[in-house]
Write a protein that binds this ligand. Structure first.
Ligand SMILES: Nc1nc2c(ncn2[C@@H]2O[C@H](COP(=O)(O)OP(=O)(O)OP(=O)(O)O)[C@@H](O)[C@H]2O)c(=O)[nH]1
Ligand SMILES: [Mg+2]
Length: 422
């Protein structure tokens, strides 16, 4: 980038395309090369290119992107025109959902070749206080079509600590969502390592989420709250991710030109652990009800450009309510339909990214690969030779006759006297 200023002109010129167009190390963020989060790597990813891209985005007058503004307004009009029947139809579609119904037969495999779980797992992540637990409660509300009794995930209004454990909510016979501890948005490395653990090893109901930087008080709190343990629960592999952002906090970051906080948000969103091949998490923007409608549209465009995704199709503006704060006029079909569409998209993406069953040859290769990594190539070679010799001895004993020709040759070669020179 080298300090030259690039002006954002259209929706295509998102921050991602800016990052991708730089020959700076920031490119690695978009290229999904991130084997493990470490301090030095973070420094590389926190590139000047990313920071400059954010500066440019902050300087850009988002209203100028008339095309995007029109599309979002049109979409919102359509949602507001939706009827209770349309809402019911989408709800029914989701209730009929079966894992794997959206798999695409690619790479010469059939439907039966996919490793389809009984229950699809969606992980809800985002910064502290973003509204993750509220979103889950609202999913319960809309899916069950109820106006009370939906607050199952604990909301932490003014308390210091929010959700500290992974908690599973089985919304449907065939899919569940996991609530998680919020990102600190300060120590991004810790957050990345936590995310890496969830995505590589799976998530389990009741698992405490501890950060290395947590002080004694938080650790004691975690210990006390998680005293009943979580050993009996199923470990679930994450099939897709929903990333929640608070529109008011985003607005604050924009107004204060808080590049560091925005940068951390991008690093977390674009981290390869949360991405399934090219499919990045679905974005939910909460607290939009606290902004005026124009600000809300701008926040959505900003978020889309910041994350490098379509603000129209990939960012969902979903105000979330609690049982206490919900007013009858807040609950209208448009909000609920947006929530269901977001859920539908997440399930579709989860299906699209289901893995194939491991074939026998691949499993053997996998075992050999992991063993070779652990043992080292020479130890593995010795192991193979030893195995062959043992095998030969056993065969010889069984036949209790002559050893096979190649064993005789090896034996002869070992006892050959060295030739004397003339
Ligand atoms: N007005 C409004 N308030 C919201 C919305 N979403 C969440 N809240 C409020 O924001 C506060 C935090 O919400 P939570 O759902 O606990 O957020 P969280 O992301 O689960 O927070 P942590 O568990 O601490 O990470 C609560 O007081 C919620 O009532 C929204 O869309 N609009
Ligand atoms: Mg929470």
């Amino acid at each position: 980038m080298g300090g030259e200023s690039i002006k954002l002109q259209s929706c295509d010129e998102s921050l991602e395309s800016l990052i991708l167009s730089q020959s700076s190390p920031g490119i690695a963020v978009a290229e999904n090369r991130w084997p493990c989060a470490s301090d030095s790597m973070l420094e590389v990813h926190k590139s000047q290119g990313l920071a400059n891209g954010i500066h440019n985005l902050l300087a850009f007058d988002l209203w100028k992107d008339q095309n995007l503004v029109d599309r979002i307004q049109k979409q919102s009009e359509l949602l507001h025109q939706s009827t209770a029947e349309e809402l019911e139809d989408v709800r029914d579609e989701i209730n009929r959902y079966r894992p794997g119904s959206g798999v695409h037969k690619v790479g010469g495999v059939s439907h039966a070749d996919f490793d389809i779980p009984e229950v699809i797992t969606l992980l809800v992540v985002g910064p502290e206080g973003a509204g993750k637990s509220s979103l889950i409660n609202n999913m319960i509300r809309v899916l069950k079509d109820v106006t009370s009794g939906f607050s199952r995930a604990q909301i932490y209004g003014y308390r210091q600590s929010g959700s500290m454990f992974l908690q599973e909510y089985l919304l449907h016979k065939h899919f569940c969502v996991f609530d998680s501890r919020g990102f600190s948005n300060i120590n991004v490395l810790e957050d990345l390592n936590i995310v890496k653990n969830w995505m590589s090893n799976g998530v389990c109901h009741g698992e405490p989420v501890c950060r290395p930087s947590d002080d004694m008080k938080i650790r004691e709190d975690l210990e006390g709250r998680g005293r009943q343990g979580n050993s009996g629960y199923t470990l679930r592999k994450v099939n897709f991710v929903i990333f929640v952002v608070n529109a008011c906090k985003l607005q604050q970051m924009r107004e204060q030109h808080d590049v560091a906080a925005l940068e951390n948000l991008v690093l977390l969103y674009r981290c390869p652990y949360l991405t399934f091949m090219d499919d990045v998490p679905v974005v939910v923007m909460t607290h939009g009800d606290k902004l005026d409608p124009h600000e809300c549209i701008l926040a959505r465009i900003f978020l889309g450009k910041l994350f490098g995704v379509s603000p129209v199709d990939q960012v969902f503006d979903i105000p979330c309510f609690t049982e206490r704060t919900v007013h009858p006029e807040d609950v209208h079909a448009a909000n609920d339909l947006a929530l269901l569409k977001m859920l539908q998209l997440s399930l579709e993406q989860a299906d699209t990214n289901l893995p194939c069953k491991e074939k026998f040859t691949y499993s053997i290769r996998g075992v050999l690969k992991s063993t070779s990594v652990q043992l080292g190539i020479w130890q593995l070679l010795y192991f193979v030779i030893l195995f062959c010799l043992l095998f030969e001895i056993i065969i010889t004993i069984i036949h209790s006759s002559k050893p096979t020709p190649w064993f005789r040759n090896i034996f002869k070669y070992a006892h050959k006297k060295p030739k004397r020179g003339h």
